[in-house]
Design a binder for this molecule. Structure first.
Ligand code: PEP
Ligand code: MN
Length: 501
């Protein structure tokens, strides 16, 4: 243990650095707990405060789930996306369940995201940054606090981190916060293990399987890309070019930063790593060209500096329902060094957009903020251009990552009450977003999708032509309807075709 003498200068330095930080950014003092003095939306009423305090105390003792080096590596990649040099693929379940912490479920999602990246790399000629909505996507905002099931009004399911989907498990249990931490850890561990063991080996893209993809055209298109990659690889092997790098990829995790009682204890004041070292989170071979820390950084490279990192995931985002400027979520997010996302929708006033950027990224760090736009196919043409102009004509020009979430503006209910989405609407919003960004001279740098590696029947249409009666065949989502493997790949081809034209 460190002696008191060693601790004091350390604490004094921390304090001094904090003051400098706030002086530099001209904002009121921030701490991991400062959100508690603000109004908050979507906040649960915990029935047992003592149990909550115990869970939070334990969370604050447990080790970080991810390392600052990885968080900064992702931020550097996202800077490249903001500058149009890379493409961001983010996807996973709407609500991850504790039950999904299983080998098959984890592997099939990784494989699907890898397949999509192969298509995207081929089409865009850019590096692809992959972020899973995985290893922590357990908290859900709800439009109503209760719902009626079998004539009985019960609390809504708020995600496995708070209560269970089963009607008998709807009471909030703070013990679930700890379970969420441990299952995030187990999921992340298996992601790291699978990737370190070669699941992403580019020599074998056909082994990733197109399990459920029966569509001959789609299969043909993918196989053509995969075998062309294999030919190129054989050539590279012949000339002995950088063999180690093809066997691995980087993979990052994300979730909605909704439950601040969970995020706060995992937020730690940690040393900002020196510039030269930002290893890849999941690679078994060290990258020969590690991503450098921000070139726009104004601090001395040799001087260590501490920052607050939310170590629950590499990337967290603010949901559509919790992005009020003077509320708790924006307050919490403004103090962490992670790259973050903001959902942007039909209810986002253009002026709010700039206020949010100025509050959350006062230093104008490129790649710090991803704007996740989700208007709906019918509204995107009217709303996206004005949002693009507001941002790109401001000091944030080329600073944000523009990412299209074609899912959340297109949710509907069938007459029989099943939550679904039309694949056509999803496709159209993405297509329109690509077109509008091109027209506006900005760069659509990413997609944000709800998807699963299983052959689910949750979204209507697609080339299988699923109709309302088909939805019951394999509808397993406990929240929003997800794209199946085939529908997801079709979207990857849409993006690839757009950029290769
Ligand atoms: C989500 O991403 O699952 C979600 C709830 O989205 P939004 O906040 O955009 O509605
Ligand atoms: Mn969702």
């Amino acid at each position: 243990m460190a002696s008191q003498q060693q601790q004091r200068p350390q604490q004094a330095r921390q304090q001094q650095e904090q003051q400098q930080y706030h002086h530099h950014h001209h904002q009121p003092a921030w701490s991991p707990a400062s959100w508690r003095s603000k109004p908050i939306k979507q906040s649960p009423a915990y029935p047992d405060q003592q149990k909550l305090a115990k869970a939070v105390g334990e969370l604050s003792r447990l080790p970080p789930l991810v390392h600052p080096n990885e968080i900064l590596a992702l931020k550097a990649h996202l800077r490249d996306v903001a500058h149009g040099k890379a493409f961001l693929l983010q996807g996973g379940d709407c609500a991850e369940l504790f039950d999904y912490c299983q080998q098959d479920a984890i592997e099939s999602k990784i494989k699907l995201l890898l397949q999509m990246s192969v298509v995207l790399i081929w089409g865009t000629n850019k590096r692809v940054v992959r972020i899973g909505r995985m290893a922590g996507q357990y908290a859900k905002p709800r439009s109503s606090a209760t719902e009626v099931v079998d004539g009985r009004e019960i609390p809504s399911f708020r995600g496995d981190i708070l209560n269970g989907y089963h009607v008998d498990e709807r009471d909030i249990d703070p013990g679930r916060l700890l379970k969420a931490y441990h299952l995030s850890g187990a999921t992340l561990n298996y992601i790291r293990a699978a990737i370190a063991s070669g699941i992403a080996d580019l020599h074998r893209p056909l082994d990733w399987g197109l399990g459920h993809v029966k569509d001959p055209v789609l299969k043909e298109k993918y196989s053509a890309i995969a075998s062309s990659i294999q030919q190129t690889l054989r050539f590279l092997q012949v000339i002995n070019a950088r063999p180690g790098e093809l066997e691995t990829v980087e993979f990052f995790t994300s979730h909605e930063g909704l439950l601040l009682e969970y995020e706060q204890p995992l937020t730690r004041l940690l040393e900002k790593p020196p510039k030269a070292r930002a290893p890849t989170p999941t690679s078994r071979t060290p990258s020969p060209t590690p991503p450098r820390a921000s070139a726009d950084d104004d601090d001395d490279a040799s001087e260590s500096k501490q920052e607050y990192y939310d170590t629950s995931a590499h990337f967290i985002w603010i949901g559509d329902r919790t992005r009020q400027l003077d509320h708790a979520h924006v307050e919490f997010f403004r103090g962490i060094a992670n790259p973050i996302g903001i959902k942007v929708g039909p209810t986002t006033p253009t002026s709010d957009l700039l206020d949010l950027l100025r509050t959350l990224n006062p230093a104008c760090e490129p790649g710090k903020i991803t704007l996740i736009t989700r208007y709906g196919a019918g509204k995107v043409a009217e709303l996206l251009p004005q949002h693009i102009r507001a941002v790109e004509d401001s000091e944030y020009r080329r600073c944000v990552v523009w990412q299209c979430d074609p899912m959340h503006g297109n949710t509907l209910s069938t007459p029989s009450g099943i939550k679904t989405r039309r694949f056509n609407d999803i496709y159209r919003e993405l297509q329109e977003s690509l077109r509008i960004h091109k027209e506006q001279g900005s760069y659509l740098g990413g997609v944000h999708l709800e998807l699963t590696g299983d052959a689910v029947t949750e979204c209507l249409g697609g080339s299988e032509g699923l109709d309302e009666d088909d939805l019951s065949t394999n509808y397993t989502s406990f929240c929003d309807p997800r794209l199946n493997e085939k529908q997801a790949l079709e979207l990857a081809f849409l993006v690839a075709d757009h950029f290769s034209r």
